[in-house]
Design a protein around this ligand. Structure first.
Ligand code: PHE
Length: 460
């Protein structure tokens, strides 16, 4: 018998647990900072609503209808629709993408574990811009430290996945997700009291398209740039865990009678709310301490410790914040390897323990090179397409593989399997909602992704 979540609430918590992760708390604030604030946020929200949520519905309905891991679900749905078996490659691409994401995700999650320990030991006291930067540099510059914490995080992930869908995944998300939310609200309260809240709000919600989409070169010539659009779209897939089968495999465990439409709405709202709340917790502290929002991947690791180190209650709040980051990463990491583990169990007759050991082991090995990107193998020593291994994996997965996977899933559900297939699985009460979704999945999602990518490749 294929696994199943105990009830619909657990499914929503698990999918929200997958969606809410480093993407929301670590990445969203720093890319918003890199791309200049409000206008980027608005485009990102549009991508979530128009592309992300419809694709999420498509993934869940495929998974639940087939009750198989993504590779087999794609293969079986294709064969039932008399379509080429090659569609299973979308599932394979997803498995590969999951490995690649986890192999840098685990490194960042490892930093968060290290920072939790530091925060709790009071190491942030009296930090300045300079000393905080140096402390972060010392952590990521030490291969031993980075690999140690990467290993710890991978073990945490493996232990939960090995325990299975109900005994592991379900138990973890049921107590972590509510806690995570409470911690975040607490931290926003702290930012209201101690940070420059008004400026943080303005930064996140003040829309200036000019500043985001137009670049002016040395001669004063203005050119339109698609890069922020690509980043916003890629991030919409990343933050909702779409395009690689994580949500599809979670959907395959969803109880039959539960509504897909309203579940997706709840997951999307939760994910967006956490990203915005994270922004509201972080930017006021960044501004109050005279720091730069565009600090890059180090933003939460360099800026926030200064704030925590110089404020009353900083030890408690700092520890809470980094613990929150670890928890959020943990409930996402388990979903990154679930598609591969489920396939090994289904097709190779592996026990869950053995399958998890293999998959986590491979992700751990791949992760070593990401960890070394900051010390032994920086971009100037070893680069791919001008990027360090870490940056390359991030760029390749978020900006190319996930949108591509999402586009293929949209095309598959919109054009290959029958309309009736989706209609009966979604069983939406309001036919207008179905028509809107059908339009989004057939036209908006695939063309949206294709246009941005073709423009990026210079073909448009
Ligand atoms: N959604 C997760 C985050 O925002 C990352 C993730 C991507 C998880 C793809 C699973 C699959 O951090």
């Amino acid at each position: 018998m294929h696994n199943q979540w105990s009830n619909r609430l657990v499914f929503v918590l698990a999918a929200a647990g997958s969606a809410v992760g480093l993407g929301n708390i670590w990445k969203f604030p720093y890319i918003t900072g890199e791309y200049g604030g409000g206008a980027f946020v608005l485009v990102y929200l549009a991508c979530i609503a128009l592309i992300g949520l419809p694709v999420m519905m498509a993934e869940i309905l495929l998974g639940r209808r087939m009750r198989l891991s993504p590779i087999n679900a794609m293969a079986k749905a294709a064969s039932e629709a008399s379509a080429p078996g090659g569609w299973a490659l979308v599932g394979w691409m997803g498995v590969l993408t999951g490995f690649l994401i986890l192999s840098f995700y685990s490194v960042v999650a490892g930093w968060a574990i290290a920072y939790t320990v530091q925060a709790a030991s009071g190491d942030f006291a009296g930090l300045t811009g300079e000393s905080s930067g140096a402390a972060f540099g010392a952590l990521v510059g030490s291969p031993e430290q980075v690999l140690l914490w990467h290993t710890v995080f991978m073990l945490m992930t493996g232990v939960v996945v090995a325990k299975g869908v109900r005994g592991g995944l379900e138990r973890l998300v049921s107590w972590l997700m509510p806690m995570l939310f409470a911690m975040l609200v607490f931290l926003v309260g702290y930012a209201v009291a101690e940070g420059d809240f008004a400026r943080g709000v303005r930064y996140l919600f003040n829309v200036n398209f000019d500043a985001v989409f137009w670049q002016t070169n040395a001669e004063g010539v203005r050119t339109f740039t698609v890069e922020p659009l690509l980043a916003a779209m890629g991030h919409a897939f990343f933050t909702l865990s779409l395009g690689m089968g994580a949500i599809m495999v979670y959907g395959s465990y969803m109880p039959k009678q539960a509504s897909i439409g309203s579940s997706v709405l709840m997951i999307g709202v939760a994910d967006t709310l956490v990203a915005l709340l994270a922004g509201l917790a972080i930017f006021p502290l960044v501004f109050a301490n005279g720091l730069e929002p565009s600090a890059g991947p180090g933003l939460v690791f360099v800026s926030l410790p200064i704030a925590f180190g110089n404020m009353t209650g900083g030890v408690v709040f700092g520890t809470l914040f980094f613990l929150l980051l670890v928890f959020a990463a943990w409930t996402s990491a388990i979903s990154l390897i679930e598609p591969a583990v489920a396939w090994l169990v289904e097709n190779q007759n592996f026990s869950r323990h053995k399958a998890t050991a293999w998959v986590a082991g491979i992700a751990w090995l791949l992760g070593i090179s990401s960890g070394l990107s900051f010390n032994i193998l920086p971009a100037d020593t070893f680069s791919i397409a001008g990027m360090s291994i870490f940056d390359f994996k991030d760029y390749l997965t978020s900006n190319i593989l996930l949108p591509l996977g999402g586009m293929l899933i949209a095309l598959f559900v919109g054009w290959v399997v029958s309309r009736q297939f989706s209609e009966s699985e979604l069983s939406l009460r309001n036919p207008a909602v179905f028509s809107a979704w059908w339009f989004a999945i057939r036209y908006i999602a695939p063309t949206g992704v294709a246009l941005v990518m073709l423009h990026k490749l210079g073909w448009l």
